[in-house]
Structure formats: structure tokens, C-alpha cells
Design a protein around this ligand. Sequence first.
Ligand code: AMP
Ligand code: MG
Length: 361
Amino acid sequence: MRIPRFCIFCVIAVVSLILAACSKAEPSSAHSAEPERTELARAEPTRVEFVLDTVCSVTLFDGAKDSIYRDIFGRLREIENHMSPYIEGSDISRVNAAAGKAPVQVHDDTFKVIERAVYFAGLSNGAFDPTVGPLVSLWGITGDHPRVPSRAEIDAVLRLINWRDIELNKEQRSVFLKRPGMALDLGAIAKGYAADEVQAIIEKAGLKRAIIDLGGNVSTYGEKTDKSPWKVGVQDPLKERNDYIGIVQGPAQTVVTSGVYERFFIGPDGVRYHHIFNPSTGYPTNNGFLSVSIITGCSMDADALSTAVFVLGYEKGRALVESLKGIEAVFIFDDKSVRKTKGANFILTDKDYRLVDERGY
Ligand code: AMP
Ligand code: MG
């Protein structure tokens, strides 16, 4: 979940992008974003903190109290303290250190997220694999010194990556990685879980509406005052700041994007190496996708799925999304084409891109 400093800027850009999507008038008058501007005027100022190794912003409306913001960011820090592999003594650090040796008891929330991660690993046939830890470390993609490893180094760590070697014991709430050297990385799912937890706090506090943006995992909550649909911007994966290619419209829901722009470095060969690995090759996934956005109700599921679908590629990824109820997707490709599933209420606003309607949607 760590991001190199040079990429922090990109993340901040994503956050401002989303807010921009809520306040900037769209080119098409048919889809004016004016309601969001009114809505934001009713909000407490957005609170932004760096947690979960990303920029997290929460906007509460209608006179929300300071204490609610404190509870929210306190919970985010708690989740980070349990699930970050970079914090000494976190559940994940302890599980990783005990790989091949002994099961480790973890907090309820960590167990829940690992259970769900294992579920999505099975569902995606290992495209999403929470045991990618050794690969993430080898490439150093989330640290300050990323590098392109040798084939031999990659082959050596690939042997350590297999979600089937995670042993879960529900009664003991313990997690065991069967082989020494294995390591969990929940970077592709933990932020989604955290967004759901923030939403639960907001709901419990009785607030009527909110916008939660955890490093690009955006959830809208409740109804707008004028009952018009929420609008969430989908980042232009080729631009670095405040630029969105279109808008997802709808009732309160979550829009989670996995993209090449989130964390990456440019190798000595001039190639852009990003952070979403194909666990079968050991390299950053290279299948024509620039980004995949998942639209649904549960942010944890959307987070896992955005990564899974990104790695699976268009045909298999789309088939997976279409096999699930209440899940929609927007796919952006490196030839600037955009595709979406039938129920995705996505409006393309950027003329540089083109929506391909190959299935008549
Ligand atoms: P996301 O932005 O949600 O797609 O998550 C990407 C992050 O998840 C990376 O920074 C890694 O920490 C981790 N990750 C990379 N590749 C995978 C994968 N194939 N399966 C699960 N987690 C991954
Ligand atoms: Mg994800």
C-alpha cells in the first residue's frame, strides 16, 4: 500500500479530479454538474489526510461534527495499522514474518479482508492474488527505489506466489502462509474495505449524504438534496491532473478504478512499469488496458474486482463482471477506446476517446 513520493502528486491529482468532477460544469449542457456545486456548498470542508499510504478525502454534508471526522480517520488509521505490510507489528507483518513457521492470530477486520481476498483469488483463477507480496517487494514499485528485476529473480519469487497456500482458521481467527518467504499484500482490496467502514460510521452517525474518496476509490452515500444522480469522474489515465474522460452517474454507489497511472516508474528502457502484476508472468500486466473501473455497492468487492479484471484482460474480465449481479464496469484501452457493460451509466465527455459500442450498449 506504499507509494513512492514521486507518485503522491498523481494521487493528489486523482482526488482533486473527483472533486472537480463534482463541481466542474460538463461540456454537455444535458449533463450539467451544477447540482454537485450546490451540494458541495452545503458540505463541511472536505477533510484530507494521508492514510493507508494514499490521500484519503471525506466530505460530509449538512453540519457534520468534528468528532465524526475524527472517528472516520481514526478508523482508517486502525485499518492501516492492522493491514499494512510496512508497519511493524501489523497483522500482515506478523503473518508474513511467520510464513512457513506458524499460524498467526489476527484482528477480525484483517481476517474478514483476507477471507474475501481468497474468495476473489478463486473467482478470478488467481489473477487477483493476495500473496503477490514478494513480487511487489522485488520490483520495489511501492517504495522509493523501484527497479526492473532479472528474469531469474522474478522466477524465484513466482514460486512463492499462490493464494492456495494461505491457510485460514476461522475459529482461531488465524492465518498461516504455508511456505517461508511467502508474503501477503492487501493493497488491492484494503482501501475498498476501508471505504465500506467509513460509510458504516457515516450511516451510524445518521448523516444523510457524503463523498468518500480513498486514493481514487470513490463512494457516494445517501441522496443529494435535489434527488439528482451523483456524478463521479473517471480519471483520464494518460493525464496527471484534474482530468477526467467521463462521468459515472447514478444513485449512491462505489466507483473503484485500477489503472496504470496510479503507481508506476519509468524504467531505463523508457518503459512505464506500473503496479498491477500478472501473477503468472511476474511482470506488470500488459494487455491493452489503461484502466478498469468497477461500479457497484460494496467497495471491498469493487476494489478486488477492479484489480482482478485488470489482470484478466478484456474478454475474461468482462465475462467475469457479467457473471456477477449488480456489478458494472468501464474499460479504458491504450488505443483510447472505451467500452462499458450494459448497465454502466457512464457518459464519455472527452473527445480524445471513443466509446465502442460493439455489443450495442
Ligand atoms: P489496485 O490499485 O486496487 O488495483 O491494487 C494494486 C495494488 O495491489 C498494488 O500496488 C499491489 O500492492 C497489489 N497487487 C498488484 N498486483 C496484484 C494482483 N495481481 N493481485 C492482488 N494484488 C495485487
Ligand atoms: Mg483493487
